[in-house]
Design a protein around this ligand. Structure first.
Ligand SMILES: Cc1ncc(COP(=O)(O)O)c(C=O)c1O
Length: 402
């Protein structure tokens, strides 16, 4: 059969690490590549209890089709959750339940973007957001970050230029807290500045916050959504419950949520009703407040082990972020080393990461890599960083002799 595919997915590329790992024969491979929560954090017994109760008490409803925007009882609990954790004020009519926040990202792009429209992102940014934006043919203008988050002075400059050229961006997308991939948290001043830009130029601001509850050190910084009710907020149960039930939510002004609702009717009619009942009971029974401290304790220890290992094993001239939370840190090595080229050798040496350019709309992160510290066992973290440090040092020695 000759398939004549649409142009829509032309920009999309397969994940480089997934492709390489398909062929990796090394059984001792230590992977810092994935973005998966550690299964030790999954509240297995509690979820099993909830699932039994849901089947016993609500089976006929939980196995049935549901409202497109999500069940009301769950929205009420989400409203309570974001108010308690992030001081976000919302009403049920501003909340829409999604099949993970990944679906929220796709819906966002589908609703706002005509092919070739400009959007603003951080540089680097979440690879899944790049996929969702690419699939909708957005033109990403990515703005560099420093240790205080996205450079809002540069955002303002770029927005001004684009507006003058008649190409006003459709939205600004940020992951302000424990960013994926860098682990960096945006300062309060920058958050306020970004809100000012959004208001002045009337460009929607999108805050993606999957990691906000995973804080291991430092002071909480207010969510942008708590400072400005117009912000579109993407949340998820993936890191506070588990990712497998695919539960997320979008909170935004009603005019926007109404459009998402229409689109979702075409996408999947509704997110899984069964998962919604489970998520509802998980929140109603206050499981989050029991689960989070355990997760934080486990991940804090792993973050510290990786930071110490980097200190001991990575050669001079390397640098890395010291995240206060989340699941990743971002390491940058000697600028003569390209981490995409290095990856096959790293896998050969028994360690994997995701190379910087996978997260880079501008392809300018050639010497960086994202390292996940939440998944591997403690000893594997030490050993994996040792393998990586040795490989990078060897590369540098070779470069010195050339
Ligand atoms: C920044 C960011 N946004 C969205 C997602 C998607 O998460 P989910 O679809 O599981 O809610 C992730 C997952 O890693 C992420 O890191």
């Amino acid at each position: 059969m000759e398939f004549r595919f649409s142009d829509n997915l032309k920009n999309m590329k397969p994940s480089e690490i997934r492709e390489l790992l398909k062929y990796a024969s090394n059984k001792n491979l230590i992977s810092f590549g994935g973005g998966m929560p550690n299964p030790l954090t999954f509240p297995m017994a509690e979820l099993k209890g909830i699932m039994d109760d849901v089947m016993d008490n609500y089976g006929a409803l939980a196995l049935q089709y549901g409202n497109t925007g999500g069940m009301n009882e769950l929205k009420t609990e989400i409203k309570r959750l974001v108010n308690e954790t992030e001081k976000i004020a919302s009403s049920e009519s501003e909340i829409l339940v999604t099949s993970g926040s990944q679906q929220g990202l796709y819906e966002l792009a589908k609703i706002f973007v005509n092919p070739g429209d400009v959007i603003i992102t951080e540089e680097p940014t979440y690879v899944g957001a790049i996929s969702a934006f690419d699939a909708n043919k957005a033109e990403m203008h990515s703005i560099p970050m420093d240790s205080n988050g996205i450079r809002t002075d540069l955002v303002e400059e770029e927005v001004r230029k684009l507006v003058a050229a008649g190409r006003k961006p459709k939205f600004i997308y940020t992951i302000p807290t424990f960013q994926n991939p860098t682990g960096i948290t945006m300062s309060l001043d920058r958050r306020k500045h970004l809100i000012e830009i959004s208001q002045e130029y009337q460009i929607p601001l999108v805050e993606d916050n999957p990691y906000g509850e995973l804080r291991y050190s430092g002071q909480r910084i207010p969510a942008m959504k708590s400072l400005d009710r117009d912000v579109i907020y993407l949340g998820t149960f993936s890191k506070i419950m588990c990712p497998g039930l695919r539960m997320g939510f979008t909170i935004g002004p009603e005019a926007f949520i109404g459009k998402v609702n229409l689109l979702k009717q075409a996408l999947d009619l509704s997110s899984s009703t069964f998962s919604q009942f489970v998520a509802w009971q998980y929140l109603a029974r206050n499981m989050v407040s029991k689960q989070i401290p355990k997760t934080v304790e486990l991940y804090r220890k792993k973050r510290d082990i990786m930071l110490k290992a980097l200190e001991e094993e990575f050669p001079e001239g390397s640098s890395w972020s010291r995240p206060d939370g989340g699941m990743f840190l971002w390491a940058t090595v000697d600028s003569r080393i390209n981490t995409t080229d290095l990856l096959p050798e790293a896998i050969q040496a028994g360690v994997a990461y995701v190379s910087g350019n996978a997260f880079s709309p501008a392809r300018m992160q050639g010497s960086s890599m994202r390292l996940n510290f939440t998944f591997s066992e403690d000893d594997q973290i030490r050993e994996g960083i040792r393998r990586l440090g040795t490989l990078i040092s060897k590369k540098m020695e070779i470069l010195e002799t050339q």
